[in-house]
Design a protein around this ligand. Sequence first.
Ligand code: FAD
Length: 286
Amino acid sequence: MRIPELFKAKKPVISFEIFPPKRETGLEKIYETVGKLSVCNPDFISVTYGAAGSLVNNYTCEIASRIKHDYGIEPLAHLTCVNSSMSDVDEMIRRFAEADIENVLALRGDIVPEAAIKSEFSHANELAIEVQRNSGLQILGACYPEGHTESRNLIEDIHNLKYKIGAGAKVLITQLFFDNQKFYEFLAAARNLGVDVPVSAGIMPIVSHKQIEKTVALSGASIPPAFAEMIEKYGDDPDALYEHGIQYAVDQIRDLIEHGVDGIHLYTMNNPEVSLEIYERVKDLL
Ligand code: FAD
């Protein structure tokens, strides 16, 4: 199933994101997670691509293939390019096609000091061009409600976003955000500048102290007062943070759906229990 078609057929499209384990021994656990997530009937599940873009020990294709063939759920395979050569990328596209995968999230990837930058690709739009040239894969792309950290401002980032749409990206998925207002402002600005493809809102529930230190601090996402208050009050109380973190994500999602969002993309962090609980609390709106 072509994911862009799903966005034409229903609203909101519900998707989950999982990440592959570092080692083969973790694969069983990830399939258990997919099995649990399947209870929520997601429209698709996306599988991230290793940060350094290595073809070795890269389970994205294998996991995406099993999501499709063993669980009957549409997979979205992520693919990055900045640390890959053209032949690495072409090899990965070939593997996706061979595994009957139909949709790819075309990403540049983060520029990390540990991984060599191979010069053939500078931006996601160049990867999208190569995917179009070399396959029939449907292309999705990433976007940033508060602007990508490398952009001077949101408007410049939205102008750059249009390159990947011009190169074939038919749906966008956002970076996580905690302030829905930022998303609405981004969407209005993007529509105003001619971004006319569906935009799915990326939501990450924050349910543990470790996530506050790692994800929240590093994401650069704005912290609205209600979120700051939650961290302040419950940051050192694991049970209370778990409950309030879930409820915060639920409130965000309910508000987005009431505002007519095209899709909700839940960053599951491979935690099916949290995702199931969120689903239970929003399913009346779906
Ligand atoms: P680009 O679209 O190339 O944008 C990067 C920067 O360059 C932006 O500032 C943009 O404004 C600018 N730019 C874009 N195109 C041009 C152009 N043609 N000319 C000049 N400037 C331009 N990372 C992983 O390693 N693996 C994953 O699986 C993964 N999944 C992700 C999923 C989502 C939904 C999101 C939002 C991010 C994900 N990332 C992942 C992180 C992503 O790789 C980084 O955020 C990366 O820094 C940018 O990727 P991009 O595809 O948005 O890049």
